[in-house]
Design a protein around this ligand. Structure first.
Ligand SMILES: O=C(O)CCC(=O)C(=O)O
Ligand SMILES: [Fe+2]
Length: 333
C-alpha cells in the first residue's frame, strides 16, 4: 500500500493507480505473452488471408485457362461421347462399357492382360496390404495397353470433361485381394491431385457387391460429409460416414466384365469396397490437368526409364500428355 501511495499521481483513478504499482519486471512476462499471442494471431490471420487470396488467384487463373482452351477442343463426334461427358459433368461419374464406348480391347490386348492377371496371382502381397500391382515392365509388355489411354478418342473425352489439356498418368493393373485389410483406399476419401481427377476403371470380370466394387457417395451426400464432418483430406472410417450418410445410400458401381467406370475421384467421396468373395481384377487409367493443384501427389505409374522407353513410340503431339512436367532433353526433337 505504501508503495501504491508512493506511485499514485494526482488525478488518477484507483485502477490506473493499481496499474502503476506493477513493476516493469512483473509486467514483462505478461507483455511477452500478449505480444506472442498477438503475433501468433496475426500470423494465423495473415496466413489465412494469404492462403485465401492465393486460392482466389489460382481459381481465377484456372478459369482463364479453361476459357483459353475452350476454342481448341475438337467437337465430340459420337452421341454416346456427349452423354458420357454430360453425365460426368453433372454427376461426377458415368458407368458405361468398352463396347458402348466403341473402345473394346483387341484380342492381343485381352489375352496379354489375362496372362498378366495370372502373374499377379503369384505375386507376394504382405499380410497388411491388399493390392498386387503390375510392374512397369509388365505393363509395357502388354501390347497396346499404355497406348489405349492415349488414343485420341479417349483423350478427347477426358479433355472435354477436364476442359483443359490433360496429363496422362498411365495405367495400373491391379489385383485387389479378398482379405480383411481395410485401410487407405478401402476407406472413404477424396483424391487430392487436382480440381478434377478423372479415373477410367475397367473391370476385367463381372463385379458384383461381393467382389469389391468401386463405391462412392453421390454429389449431395459427398457435400453432406464435407460439411458435417468438416472433411477435407485423409481417410474416413465407414462408421463415421454411416453416421452422416447411412450405408443403404452408398453407391456401388457393379457391372459385367468390360464395365467402364469414368469417375472424378476429386469430386466424389469414394473407396474400393473390400472384396468378400474373391479377388478383384481391374485396370485403371488416370488423368488430371497438366497444371495439377497438388503435383506432388501425382505418382508416375512407370519409372522414368520405362516412360522414356514408351515415349520412343509416341508422336510429338502425344509427348506432352505423359511429360506434362516437361519433355526430357533426350526426347526433344
Ligand atoms: O479400388 C478402388 O475401387 C478405388 C481406388 C481409389 O480410391 C482410387 O483409385 O482413387
Ligand atoms: Fe481414391
Amino acid at each position: 500500500m505504501q508503495n501504491e501511495q508512493a506511485v499514485r499521481r494526482p488525478g488518477t483513478s484507483a485502477l490506473a493507480t493499481h496499474r502503476h504499482v506493477f513493476r516493469l519486471s512483473d509486467a514483462e512476462p505478461y507483455q511477452y505473452r500478449q505480444a506472442f499471442l498477438h503475433r501468433a494471431l496475426s500470423y494465423v490471420r495473415s496466413r489465412s488471408v494469404t492462403l485465401a487470396s492465393v486460392e482466389n488467384y489460382r481459381d481465377q487463373l484456372h478459369q482463364k485457362r479453361i476459357q483459353a482452351y475452350a476454342g481448341s477442343l475438337s467437337p465430340l463426334s459420337r452421341s454416346h461421347d456427349h452423354k458420357v461427358v454430360d453425365t460426368l459433368t453433372r454427376d461426377g461419374i458415368c458407368i458405361t462399357s468398352l463396347a458402348e464406348l466403341g473402345l473394346d480391347f483387341d484380342y492381343k490386348l485381352k489375352s496379354a492382360l489375362g496372362s498378366l492377371c495370372d502373374d499377379l496371382q503369384g505375386q507376394f502381397v504382405p499380410e497388411d496390404k491388399f493390392v498386387a500391382r503390375a510392374t512397369p515392365a509388365q505393363i509395357l509388355q502388354v501390347p497396346g495397353l499404355m497406348m489405349w489411354g492415349l488414343q485420341s478418342r479417349m483423350l478427347q473425352l477426358v479433355e472435354h470433361y477436364l476442359q483443359l489439356p490433360a496429363a496422362y498418368h498411365g495405367v495400373r493393373v491391379r489385383r485387389d485381394l479378398c482379405n480383411l485389410v481395410e485401410n487407405v483406399s478401402r476407406c472413404w476419401h477424396f483424391d487430392l491431385e487436382d480440381d478434377r481427377v478423372l479415373k477410367v476403371i475397367i473391370y476385367l470380370h463381372d463385379v458384383d457387391e461381393s467382389l469389391g466394387p468401386f463405391q462412392y457417395l453421390d454429389l449431395d451426400d459427398t457435400q453432406r460429409v464435407r460439411q458435417r464432418l468438416n472433411y477435407r483430406i485423409g481417410y474416413l472410417n465407414s462408421d463415421l460416414v454411416d453416421s452422416v450418410v447411412p450405408a443403404p445410400r452408398w453407391r456401388s458401381a457393379v457391372g459385367k466384365a468390360g464395365t467402364v467406370v469414368l469417375v472424378d475421384t476429386a469430386r466424389l467421396v469414394h473407396r474400393g469396397k473390400r472384396p468378400e468373395a474373391a479377388d478383384r481384377y481391374t485396370v485403371f487409367f488416370d488423368y488430371t490437368s497438366r497444371q495439377p493443384k497438388r503435383p506432388y501427389y501425382c505418382n508416375n505409374v512407370l519409372t522414368s526409364e520405362a516412360f522414356i522407353q514408351f515415349a520412343s513410340t509416341l508422336s510429338e503431339d502425344q509427348l506432352p500428355y505423359i511429360f506434362w512436367r516437361g519433355v526430357p532433353p533426350q526426347l526433344e526433337r
